[in-house]
Structures are given as structure tokens and as C-alpha cells.
Design a protein around this ligand. Structure first.
Ligand code: FES
Length: 225
């Protein structure tokens, strides 16, 4: 874990990425990991904002949605991270499904570059595809998920904490399967594990885990009863 400075270089609205952030290489999170950031203009803001990677850039990285609307080009940030456990893309995976149940598929798109580097076919399932997505992606509606389960050998799923049980009920195969499935669970991450605030607590298997420290990416096995 490192700390340092960065700044917003450019922002985007109708795009799969929220901004270009320039920072030192040691601060760049892996797919599914996060940084905690404070804007230098609001050093007294009570809570930092978690920043996830959407794509690579030579001088930093492209951030995923959402970011605070007050962060405009030139905004200086104090950064801490990378934090948490990210995705573990199986090297042998050749049929990869990225499934966005939440408001954005942006965090999942950080997996696109490593997936293509291992010659995998990638399908994105989302109800709201942003513009500018890579033409290498096949894009399908969420309703196609059941059919896709027999095709995929790795699934990365982004969903809000409140949707966990409903998704498991609707798609029990997601946690009872022979292929690799990981869940990026969206929760508040106010302290990043520094204060044990408990705001990110998630009920898994027989215990409660902290998304900030034990996640925010969890393997399917963590939710098996
Ligand atoms: S964010 Fe505070 S314990 Fe996880």
C-alpha cells in the first residue's frame, strides 16, 4: 500500500471511463482493487472516494465510474492504495463473461486488456452499455445470462451489496458451478479497513467479511452455504 498525489487530467461523460488520472505507477490498482482519494480542494471532506481502474494509461490509468462531479480536469488528489483483493483471471480462461448488475460496467472493463492478452473472447452483459466500447467486445442484455453460463469458463460479476441475495436466488448456478466466478461487490468503502468502521460488511458463507479488506472481489465459494 502506497500514498501519494495524483491529478485528474481529463474527464468523460458518455463513456465507459470517468476520467484519466495521472499518478505514480505504484498507485495504479489492479482490476477490482481500489484507491481511496481526497480532493486537495476539500481536504476536510469527511470521507474519501474509492477509485477503481477502467483501463490502462501510460502515465496513470483511466478511472471507472462514478467519480464526484466536482472533480474536474486539474483537480489534485491525495491517494492511498492500491487496497483490497482484485480479480484473479484464470490464465486458461478463453470464454470470459463480464456481468454488470449495477449502474455501471466500468469497473469490469479493467479486465478487458488482460483477457484479450490471453486471446480470450469477451462478452459483456449489461442493461446500459456506454458508448465507445471496444469493438472486440460482444455486448448482450442481462437477460442472456442463463444461456451464457454454458459458454463461459470465467465470469466476473459487478453488483451492489443489496442485490446479492436476489441474484443468487435468480441465478443459483452462479455460485454452484464448476467454472470460476468472482463477484465485485459494491459497498461504501469509507475507511479502507483502517478504522474497522464496518460500513462495508458483507454476509458470506458462515461469517461476515469486510469488502474493503477481504474483497471487494470475492470468489463464488465465499457465498456457498
Ligand atoms: S470500509 Fe471501514 S471497515 Fe471496511
Amino acid at each position: 500500500m502506497h500514498s501519494g498525489k495524483g491529478h485528474i487530467d481529463e474527464t468523460y461523460i458518455h463513456s465507459d471511463r470517468a476520467a484519466r488520472l495521472l499518478c505514480n505507477p505504484n498507485l495504479i490498482p489492479a482490476p477490482g482493487q481500489y484507491l481511496l482519494a481526497h480532493a486537495a480542494t476539500t481536504p476536510d471532506a469527511p470521507l474519501p472516494h474509492p477509485i477503481f481502474k477502467a483501463a490502462s494509461h501510460a502515465a496513470g490509468f483511466y478511472t471507472a465510474h462514478p467519480l464526484p462531479t466536482t472533480w474536474t480536469p486539474g483537480t489534485l488528489l491525495t491517494l492511498r492504495g492500491p487496497l483490497g483483493h482484485g480479480f484473479t483471471l484464470p490464465p486458461a480462461a478463453r470464454h470470459i463473461a463480464l456481468v454488470a448488475f449495477g449502474n455501471t460496467c466500468s469497473r469490469l472493463l479493467a479486465l478487458l486488456e488482460p483477457a484479450l492478452a490471453q486471446n480470450a473472447a469477451v462478452t459483456l452483459l449489461t442493461s446500459a452499455p456506454p458508448s465507445g466500447l471496444s469493438p472486440t467486445l460482444e455486448i448482450l442484455p442481462l437477460a442472456s445470462l442463463s444461456k451464457l453460463l454454458s459458454w463461459a469458463d470465467y465470469l466476473a460479476i459487478d453488483l451492489p451489496r443489496a442485490a446479492l441475495q436476489a441474484v443468487f436466488t435468480q441465478y443459483p448456478a452462479l455460485i454452484h458451478n464448476d467454472y470460476a466466478t468472482e463477484f465485485l461487490v459494491e459497498t461504501p468503502l469509507p475507511c479502507g479497513g483502517m478504522a474497522d468502521c464496518g460500513a462495508c460488511a458483507i454476509r458470506t458463507k458462515n461469517t461476515t467479511r469486510l469488502a474493503c479488506r477481504n474483497g471487494p472481489v470475492f470468489p463464488a465459494q465465499a457465498f456457498l452455504k
